[in-house]
Design a binder for this molecule. Structure first.
Ligand code: PLP
Length: 383
């Protein structure tokens, strides 16, 4: 039984002062003015925390942040203009030259590029480890400032035992961060498993409609205060009020959408096991690792050499071709397209993925229709 996140209760408290409105107002203003000198001075002196300027504070954004903090069972949250803004602004708030970061292999490719092309030249040392190394080596985090995690990882979807990694991290005083975009708080709430900071590309399941790019970070009050004090105002990649409104709309259906994604993904995993051309299915399900309560709709499969992947891609009718995921529409991303990315210095090239791998984003269309589409495209593409 999945009874959390209880968005309805969280939303009721966010909307308590909105005169019966069931959605938050979009407060489209850059600044908030003051009635008196005394009130202005008190705000600048930090004696009150009323809104001042939308780069750092806005009521529509605050409503979304409070829902996310509740959903992830953290104390506080801060929204960003994109998932990458959330990731870069969070890591930069906690890292300095000569610090060490331990990161999972097959990390999201742009996170890898941020580490390799921005942090490494600034003197930060980054080491990449497999999930099993993170789990089995209790001293892997010795001297490590930040453990940067994804569970499961991108593209190959390797899951990680988060309570165990959190325990190693506590022993070494390592700050733990996880990108929880894949599971969403419906299937995994890392803070309850001992992880310090949760990051999301809210462009994916949180939004759920492929119509906005956004990010959010959830953590303790102290960690969020540090981000709000340093990188949110000084790098300035804030979440906009209208985007926050769309994300709050998305959160209202998050539970229902995730249940449907899971049902379709379960059906695919079940049937893919019977397809002779499918060598491998990468899709961690409920209880694969402690604290993971369901599989989301993003998975990858490896075909054998009998499948012509470009022909398979072109034969699909319901699945569209594209990056990103987490919305209504089903998508296919062949690994060989990602491996061919021009000029990219990317984690999939470094850590390897099979050119026979394709990533499936199972959307919210009828599951039997999706399966029929998959099967028809497969038979049309056998060499
Ligand atoms: C898309 C994605 C990101 C980046 O998020 P943006 O909102 O596109 O900046 C980060 N992590 C994962 C796992 C993603 O899929």
């Amino acid at each position: 039984m999945i009874d959390k996140p209880d968005i309805a209760t969280l939303l009721a408290s966010v909307l308590a002062d909105e005169g019966g409105a069931v959605t938050p107002p979009i407060v489209q203003t850059s600044l908030f003015s003051f009635d008196s000198y005394a009130a202005f001075e008190a705000r600048m002196a930090g004696e009150s925390d009323t809104a001042l300027y939308t780069r750092v504070q806005n009521p529509t954004v605050a409503a979304f942040e409070s829902l996310m903090a509740g959903a992830e069972e953290g104390d506080a949250a801060v929204g960003f203009a994109s998932g990458m803004a959330a990731i870069s602004s969070t890591v930069l708030a906690f890292i300095k030259p000569f610090d060490r970061i331990a990161c999972v292999e097959h990390v999201y490719p742009d996170t890898y590029r941020f580490f390799e092309q921005i942090l490494r030249p600034m003197g930060v040392e980054i080491q990449y480890h497999s999930a099993s190394a993170f789990e089995s080596d209790p001293d892997l985090l010795d001297g490590v400032a930040v453990a940067y995690l994804e569970s499961p990882s991108s593209v190959v979807f390797a899951p990680l035992n988060l309570p165990r990694v959190a325990e190693h991290a506590r022993r070494h005083g390592t700050l733990t961060m996880i990108d929880n975009s894949w599971a969403s708080p419906v299937f995994q709430r890392p803070i309850t498993l001992g992880i310090d900071i949760v990051l999301h590309s809210a462009s994916k399941y949180i939004s759920g409609h492929s119509d906005t790019v956004a990010g959010v970070v959830v953590s303790s009050r102290a960690h969020i205060a540090r981000i709000r004090d340093l990188t949110l105002p000084l790098l300035g990649a804030k979440l906009a009020p209208f985007e926050a409104f769309l994300l709050t709309r998305g959160l209202r259906t998050l539970n229902a959408r995730m249940m449907l994604h899971k049902a379709t993904a379960d059906l695919f995993v079940d049937r893919l096991g019977q397809v002779p051309q499918v060598r491998k299915v990468n899709s961690p399900g409920a209880n694969t690792v402690p604290g993971l309560s369901g599989r989301s709709g993003l998975m990858s499969i490896e075909f054998d050499d009998s499948v012509d992947i470009p022909a398979f891609s072109d034969a699909l009718r319901l699945f569209r071709l594209g990056v990103s995921w987490g919305g209504f529409e089903s998508l296919l991303l062949p690994a060989r397209v990602g491996l061919a990315q021009a000029g990219a210095h990317n984690s999939m090239q470094t850590f390897g993925v099979s050119p026979n791998l394709v990533r499936l984003n199972l959307g919210l269309e009828n599951a039997e229709d999706l399966w029929a589409d998959f099967q028809a495209a497969l038979s049309a593409s056998l060499t």
